[in-house]
Design a protein around this ligand. Sequence first.
Ligand code: SAM
Length: 246
Amino acid sequence: MFNFFISPEQLNSGIAQIQGKDFNHIKNVLRMEKGEKFLVSVSGVSHLCSLKEFTTDSVICEIIEENYLDTALPINIHLFQGLPKSDKLELIIQKAVELGVTEITPVEMARSIVKLEPKKKKDKTERWQAIAESSAKQSKRTIIPTVHEPITFKNAISVAKSTDLIILPFECANGMDALKSVLAEIKQGMMVSVFIGPEGGFDESEVQTAIDNGARLVSLGKRILRTETASILTVGALMLHTEMNL
Ligand code: SAM
């Protein structure tokens, strides 16, 4: 079933109005007809709707079942991803959105090979946000996670400091006890920050800064994982742990 996102002002007394590129998609690509059903997500809630009519620039649909689907995780996850090479970040964004992440911030870390000019940053972020939207639609998310413009590690830590927990998977951390105890501390409604290094890993000073700001270093096992594997695994582990235990 298709899933479309609207803003609160596009919903009034049980009638939703879909406009813009989704209007064109519904009318001209999907060629939907009166009576067809799909999901409309607004402010984190998904409703089941039925297509009523088309106007010149809108799809008018009626909510037939409110709060039809709740796919949100019991926690919010902000992924701070060390800026990786090539299109790895697109894969990471797509998978992290499917797994329930709330926000993603690419971080220009000391060992990030890619350095983006301001104009390129803006263009790339628009593309990354579009990937997040497409993945949110496909995975029936009730929100479209935000992909922020890349920031420095120092700024990323100051953003993460305001969250409830900072988890930093570190390939030099030993044993699984740290991960076990961090997972046990996670409570319903927490905002959890996850820092993943780029291909070259974290710089020593970045690890120290993270520790000084309360980050919890954890191991993801004895093998060295690619950055994209570590990202997807960590968000996935948080998703499974919280879905099973909270
Ligand atoms: N410095 C690593 C090496 O020796 O090849 C490369 C870094 S790894 C490709 C990228 C990131 O994935 C790391 O910075 C870390 O965040 C995460 N990672 C990879 N393997 C890990 C492991 N076994 N435990 C914890 N984190 C890991």
